[in-house]
Design a protein. Structure first.
Length: 382
């Protein structure tokens, strides 16, 4: 199981681990670039594309070697580990929009993980429907993922992160340059109104700035609020963000907890080079002395090679621990994708990032080679 879990986690070049796992550069422009224009653009929502069906199958294998603890130069054989694993997975996605008012989307998957010879019970990754009311109110119901907040390397400010595993109802409406969103999240055991979670946000343009104010409430937990703003300076996207938790049980204002976050995102050159950095002050944990920094970079292609390198380093000043993730990706042959990855951590055995690296990659230091053989289809190809 250790080998299988390591393989599933080790997509190092495009999905690196933060305090909450996040994809590093899946869609950076949408996360970082301040939108322009005086009104919310509704054209993607109101579009009426043709029904779409797509599927894929992937056979993955990995070989790795590493240390379950920080290696001792005087005894490199101690805590050394090596092995291999495999995984066979398949998925099917469906998208149907008969008219601009109704949209249905679903995705299904199954797999044969390492140590098994039978397919797992097919699971639904997401299934939801969108309904548009009078071209002004856009409602989404079902199981679907959302992401709020400006931070991506540190995902601590996402008030709706639990929606990916729960049922949710979301309503969005634009008003001039502003967009208003309300969400109701239904946890699996929710049977009363007191167990529901509620969230709301408003986002809009204030001159050269994009600003967002969001809040989250549940009867059994402390209310949370998140405020961020971002703009463009010298060709880079810059943002600042703060999350406030009213943690007092009797008087919420008696124990206010604050997390502050600032970051920058830049891309340029051709092939595309992307650089992202964030600075976190995580006061609920250890006070204002709990500060961390993260820097990530990826290059879409080393000219003439087809190799895509990426790197990410994170360091916590509270306990002097950190993590470095290095990755190389390439497509040497048709349908074959190769990833070479190396997670490295430093600090004491019980420090934040040593424990985090072991929890995610099952090794404190490792070198792994992952090979994917995959293929699929899309209705667009027919």
């Amino acid at each position: 199981m250790r080998i299988a879990a390591l393989m599933c986690a080790l997509v190092l070049a495009t999905a690196v681990h933060a305090q909450e796992s996040d994809t590093l550069f899946d869609n950076p422009a949408a996360d970082s670039v301040a939108p322009e224009g005086p009104k919310v653009d509704l054209s993607p929502i109101l579009a009426n594309p043709k029904p779409a069906l797509s599927g894929s199958i992937t056979m993955s294998g990995v070989g790795y070697a590493g240390w379950s603890q920080t290696p001792n130069p005087a005894d490199l054989a101690s805590n050394f580990d090596k092995g291999f694993g495999y995984d066979l997975s398949s998925s099917l996605s469906f998208d149907y929009k008969p008219d601009p008012t109704f949209h249905w989307s679903a995705s299904f998957s199954t797999a044969i993980p390492a140590g098994n010879v039978t397919w797992s019970t097919p699971s639904i990754g997401s299934m939801y429907l969108d309904y548009t009311l009078a071209d002004r109110v856009f409602i989404t119901l079902g199981k679907f993922g959302m992401s709020w907040g400006a931070g991506r390397l540190f995902g601590v400010n996402d008030l709706v992160a639990s929606a990916a595993d729960d049922l949710s109802i979301k309503a969005f409406t634009p008003l001039g340059p502003l967009g208003f969103t309300g969400v109701m999240i239904l946890p699996p055991v929710a049977t009363t109104l007191a167990q529901l979670q509620w969230a709301a946000q408003t986002e809009g343009n204030l001159g050269p700035f994009t600003a967002n104010l969001a809040g989250w409430y549940a009867a059994s937990a402390a209310p949370k609020f998140d405020l961020w703003a971002k703009t463009v300076l010298w060709g880079a996207d810059v943002f600042a963000e703060s999350k406030v938790t009213l943690a007092g049980s009797v008087n919420p204002l008696s124990n206010v907890q604050v997390q502050a976050l600032a970051g920058v995102y830049w891309e340029g050159f051709e092939p595309k080079l992307r650089v992202q950095g964030e600075w976190l002050i995580d006061s609920p944990a250890l006070g204002w002395s709990d500060q961390s920094v993260a820097l990530a970079a990826s290059w879409s292609n080393i000219p003439g090679t087809g190799i895509k390198p990426s790197a990410r380093v994170t360091h916590s000043f509270a306990d002097s621990s950190g993590q470095l993730i290095l990755g190389l990706e390439a497509d040497p042959f048709l349908h074959i994708h190769v990833t070479l990855g190396m997670p490295v951590s430093w600090g004491t055995a019980n420090s934040r990032w040593v424990k985090s690296t072991i929890a995610t990659y099952h090794e404190a230091w490792a070198l792994a080679l992952k090979i994917d053989l995959s293929g699929g289809f899309s209705s667009d190809a027919f």
